[in-house]
Design a binder for this molecule. Structure first.
Ligand code: GDP
Ligand code: K
Ligand code: MG
Length: 297
């Protein structure tokens, strides 16, 4: 019999409660991009945390969206529901400061799944009074038969290590699913495109739609040991090009510089990054075009 423990944990919750931030904190590495904008996470992201003979595999999901008119939302909903397949534990993430109709929707899905669930109350740094927090916790605890109720702050890193250790201690007996040095199942190419997309979400204004996407045209190790990466930023309309580029290229410069820093951190290698902006109209409405860009789960 194996001495190892291994299991999948699904991180679910409405958009913007901090699911991806929690995952990155647990791993101590950025594998899932975050921003203050909803719909930042578009794909199912796996984060792998191995400690001695224990391996926790986290599935970070795009938020659940009621609005399914556009193809991209349908893809995101599929990715979110399929994550509830073979997990042994669900982390239901909510904000300590507010409860919304979408939280209710997610909770219904969790109840229907019948899976063990822990309630993770995030952003407690935003709750002013300790008394308010206690009230919130006891109110939320009554919503469902949660095995644990854990207040955390992913931003400040508060109680995240406790959450991590608790999960590691509950893992079922199993062989590891992944080699112990893996932190994600995604390719470096994919991670590079996500990092660029994160900077786009962060360093462009609210007028830029979430439908923006990034393709990596080249990812090459040069003879001098540097990764040469070419990223193509696809916008829907030509009017969106200047929003990405900024005055005298100010936005694109920041995006490039910040993305390069994160890539060098993640890949532990020097990176030379080139970015291009191109118009690709109507892709968010076209499922076939989405598939060709890798939105196939
Ligand atoms: P997701 O959509 O659930 O994956 O949420 P993200 O991880 O992308 O986070 C959404 C926003 O909430 C980002 O701007 C984060 O910086 C912020 N955030 C995440 N965790 C915390 C927290 O503990 N406290 C505060 N104040 N902000 C947080
Ligand atoms: K977000
Ligand atoms: Mg996310």
């Amino acid at each position: 019999m194996t001495e190892n423990h291994c299991g999948m944990v699904a991180i679910v919750g409405r958009p913007n409660v901090g699911k991806s931030t929690i995952l990155n904190r647990i791993l101590g590495q950025k594998v899932s991009i975050t921003s203050r904008k909803p719909q930042t996470t578009r794909h199912r992201i796996i984060g792998i945390d191995t400690q001695d003979n224990r391996q926790a595999i986290y599935v970070d999901t795009p938020g659940l969206h009621k609005e399914e008119k556009r193809a991209i939302n349908r893809f995101m909903n599929r990715a979110a529901s399929s994550s509830l397949g073979d997990v042994f534990l669900v982390l239901f993430v909510v904000e300590g400061t507010r409860w919304q109709a979408d939280d209710e929707l997610v909770l219904e899905k969790i109840k229907a799944s019948g899976l063990p669930c822990w309630l993770v109350v995030n952003k407690v740094d935003k709750v002013d009074e300790q008394g308010d927090l206690m009230d919130t916790l006891s109110r939320l605890s009554r919503l469902h038969d949660f095995d644990q109720v854990l207040p955390v702050s992913a931003k400040q890193g508060k109680q995240i290590e406790r959450l991590r250790q608790l999960i590691l201690s509950k893992l079922p007996f199993s062989e590891f699913y992944f080699p112990e040095d893996y932190i994600t199942d995604r390719s470096s190419r994919f991670m590079a495109s996500e990092i660029i997309r994160e900077k786009l979400m962060r360093f462009t204004g609210d007028e830029l739609p979430y439908s923006i996407t990034v393709e990596i045209e080249q990812f090459k190790l040069e003879s001098n040991g540097v990764y040469h990466i070419n990223g193509l930023i696809l916008v829907e309309r030509s009017s969106q090009k200047p929003m990405v580029i900024g005055k005298n290229g100010s936005h694109i410069k920041t995006i490039g510089a910040e993305a390069r820093k994160d890539m060098e951190d993640l890949f532990d290698n020097k990176v030379f990054l080139e970015l291009w902006v191109k118009v690709k109209s109507g892709w968010a409405d076209d499922e076939r075009a989405l598939r060709s860009l890798g939105y196939d789960e």
